[in-house]
Structure formats: C-alpha cells, structure tokens
Write a protein that binds this ligand. Structure first.
Ligand code: NDP
Length: 253
C-alpha cells in the first residue's frame, strides 16, 4: 500500500534492529525516509540502498545522540537531505527509536552510565521533538519507542527502565500540546525483540526469552515496525497520548 505517499519521516537509530525495520516499512508506504545512525555508516547506507531498490526514497543522516550539539548536527543533515529531494524542510513523522540498553545490576551502575543512558534515551528524544516541531506540518506524527520494562520488573535494568519511564511521559504531555495541530504523539513498547545482541544466537536463551511472550517466541523487528507504521498513517488519527503495548503479550504475566 502507499498510505504515506508525500510524507517525510525521520527514524533515529535506523541502521539496525527495529529502527531499520521501521525505516523500510515507512518507505514501503511511500514516505521519504531519513535513516539516522551514529557509527554504523555502512549499515545505514545499506538500508537506503534496500529502500531504493524497492522503488522507495531515503537518505542517511549521521549524528551521535547524547552529546552536546547532537540535535543541531542531526538537523543539519536532515534539512539538507529533505531540501535536496523535496525543495522544503517539512517533516511529517518523527520516530524516536535510537537507544542504548542497560544490563547493569543496580549495585554496579555508575553515575556516568546513568547519565549516558538518560542523555541518549530520554534527553535526546525531548530535544529532537522540540526541534522537529519547527519543521513538522499539521497532521504530523511523533512515535517514541519505550519498553515493556516500564511495566515489567527487571532489577538488572533499573536505570534503563527509568529512562523509558521518562520517555513515556513525552506522549502524555506533548499529545495535549499538539492536539490543536492534529499532531499525534504515542509511545510504542516492545518486549524482547531480536537485534544484533549475540544472545539471540544462543538457542537455549532464545527459548527462555520466548516464554515471556504469550506467543512463545521473541519479537522480530518487523513485529514492532508494523505497529509504528500504523500509528504514522491517517488511520491512526484518533489515537494520541497512548502507550501501545507491542510486547507480544509479555505484560499479561
Ligand atoms: P539496536 O541496538 O539494534 O540498534 C540501536 C540503534 O540506535 C542503532 O541504529 C544505533 O546506531 C542507534 N544508536 C544507539 N546509540 C546511539 C547514540 N548514542 N546516538 C545515535 N544513535 C544511536 O536497537 P533495537 O532495535 O534493539 O532497539 C531499538 C529501540 O527499542 C531502543 O530504544 C531500545 O531501547 C528499545 N527496546 C528494545 C528492546 C529489545 O529487546 N531489542 C526491548 C524494548 C525496547 P549505530 O548502529 O550507528 O550504532
């Protein structure tokens, strides 16, 4: 289908994992997609090539998030890419997906690790929204990737879960602010989802993780990307400020 023809999208952390799957999915629907990455240049260029081979439109944008000047750098690349291809810098869809995982026991978490987690996972999305609103057309879409860990206890991920708890707040308050512009703001919460982590190469570990889902499998990046893509369409116009559980039933207990 082509429900997003004429729209432009920025997906942060789109070189790998769910961000990659989301970029591919939005492009399939017709959006021009900015594929953001930090270090994985080759992987990001590959995503762009894949999209183009499929008849879609995309370009890569580099910026490390969580450091001074991050948003400025990202938007320089974004606006150049948009201007070249559309003649404007208008943005319709922002997917705040880039994030760093925790995996540190509370007794071992250092203030530096804590600050880094918050800088990348929570502070960057806030300031990306703030900046993106200068470019965003009425009817735009903001989708923030949070985590089932905001509703499911895991003592090895407290600091990480705290960052995602903060991310959840973005939907509530920005949705109220932006309703008059018909911009929707929602959170999507994945459960355990396959990515490049070596743990997904260990069959026994995957089997254990699978049991957390009602469907007895781990999530695939596409499982989450489809949900994000739906929220980006006109069909999702009446959903805003929501926490969308995309954990494959993990929160059912
Ligand atoms: P991956 O670990 O596969 O990829 C992370 C992406 O984010 C990469 O594109 C990476 O860019 C980018 N990124 C990471 N740190 C930075 C940074 N400091 N600045 C800029 N870009 C950065 O991601 P997943 O698909 O596993 O996760 C995506 C989102 O979903 C994250 O927010 C994560 O917290 C959340 N999530 C993941 C779950 C899971 O089980 N996988 C479960 C619940 C939530 P580069 O390749 O250039 O390094």
């Amino acid at each position: 289908s082509s429900r997003l023809t004429g729209r432009t999208a920025l997906v942060t952390g789109a070189s790998r994992g769910m961000g990659r799957a989301t970029a591919l999915r939005l492009a399939q629907e017709g959006a021009l997609v900015a594929v953001h990455y930090s270090t994985s240049e080759e992987a990001a260029e590959e995503v762009v090539e894949l999209i183009e081979k499929d008849g879609g439109r995309a370009f890569a944008v580099r910026a490390e998030l969580g450091v001074a000047g991050d948003v400025h750098e990202l938007f320089l690349g974004l606006e150049n890419g948009l201007r070249e291809r559309t003649g404007t810098t208008d943005l319709d869809i922002l997917v705040n997906n880039a994030g760093v995982m925790g995996g540190v026991k509370p007794e071992d978490t250092t203030p530096e690790q804590f600050d880094r987690l918050f800088a990348v996972n929570a502070k960057a999305p806030f300031f990306l929204i703030q900046r993106a609103l200068k470019n965003m057309r009425d009817g735009g879409r903001i989708i923030n990737i949070t985590s089932g860990l905001t509703r499911f206890a895991n003592p090895d991920e407290i600091a990480y879960a705290m960052t995602k708890g903060a991310v959840d707040q973005l939907a509530l308050h920005f949705a109220k602010l932006l309703g008059p512009r018909n911009i929707t703001v929602n959170s999507v919460a994945p459960g355990i989802t396959r990515n490049g982590n070596p743990v997904f190469g260990i069959p026994e570990a995957v089997e254990q993780m699978a049991q957390l889902s009602a469907f007895n499998r781990v999530g695939e990046p596409e499982d989450v990307a489809d949900v994000v893509a739906f929220l980006a369409t006109d069909e999702a116009r009446w959903i805003t400020g929501s926490f969308v559980d995309a954990t494959g039933g993990t929160l059912l207990g």
